[in-house]
Design a protein around this ligand. Sequence first.
Ligand code: 4AZ
Length: 438
Amino acid sequence: MMYAPVRYSEADYPRIDYQRREQFWDPIRLTLFILAIVAIIGIAIGIVTHFVVEDDNSFYYLASFKVTNIKYKENYGMRTSRDFIERSHQIEKMMSRIFRNSSGEGRFIKSHVIKLSPEKNGVNILMVLVFRYPSTDNTERIRKKIERILYQTMKTKQLPLTINKPSFTLTSIDRKKMRNLLKSRCGIRMTSSYMPLLAFSSTERIVQGRKTSMEGEWPWQASLQLKGKGHQCGASLISNTWMLTAAHCFRKNKDPSQWIVTFGTTITPPAVQRSVGKIIIHENYHQETNENDIALAQLATRVEFSNVVQRVCLPDSSIKLPPKTSVFVTGFGSIVDDGPTQNHLRQARVETISTEVCNRKDVYDGLVTSGMLCAGYMEGKIDACKGDSGGPLVYDNHDIWYLVGIVSWGQSCALPKKPGVYTRVSRYRDWIALKTGI
Ligand code: 4AZ
């Protein structure tokens, strides 16, 4: 069908104009317009994030004060003593109670007691406090705020410890100073104690563990590698030169010059690398029975402690972990029996199992001796495996981590009634002191 040709007249112009306007929103212009809107929203979010999140800075303070309602005990001088640990925990808990509610959501991060010293009619306490405030806030203003909160709480709340107000001093310190102060303490992670340990809910498969997500989560973990052959075993840093590992790691090669050590959550690239200067294998290590499966390796040059490299605490010989205590094993070992080494560090939560149960006929039938510790699950599924050997089994006592076991042996990995067997570190406390002076 044909139409008669259109005759344009003046009256038609508005229509043409209308059509032009419609064409303005052609696909290219529309895309550009949407992109511009997205960019504006992005920049706005960026600005907000910059002020709210990125600029959220940590502020460190050194607090010193006298507590008058307790008496000094000699063991307070020894940081690994039960007395020191219990008292420090009480003080840290009190600080958390004071600041967690009053200083605003998430402002108070953590506190650590550095030193307890004798004081006439009481005990002097030196501790660090970590807060997070936007960096637009100034150090002095925050210091005043902290003091105000503390004094207010002292007036209004019944605290377990009586703080002598005139003795209280609060000094702002920088991150480096704080790290130096905490250097004297072992088993501390520089991650917030609020960070969740997701291994509880993980479905990933050490065997059925999970990848550690944060650098510095297990800062004492080391990888022992043979030159040219790669990762062989795990190890744990116990001072700035000494590491604890399993004797069986050196079965094939005891020559220190053939070994290197790396730290960090990945083997490649490592955060820090060192040569090995010395290897000390327990004199009574028995390959056939796995007894005394413990060795020391000394780094050729010391490591600097940092957020990602830190030493773990050694437990007193008196430490007792009841059955079903929650502990963590970490390593670069395989995730299936006879599988390959993992480049990314993994962790798994396991539970201690009594030697009595572990020695049952249907479990290890008497093979577990007093220098060994069983951990895992009777139903299997979660366990250390090949390549995790020599690595740490650690216990968290109020945010301070202790090396309670060294991955040693087991029948295969994660089988029912065949839990992991670890060297019981507390049994070797004197041997370690004898060899290293630690
Ligand atoms: C190993 O071969 C090994 N399931 C280490 C740990 C365990 C088993 C074997 C524990 O090095």
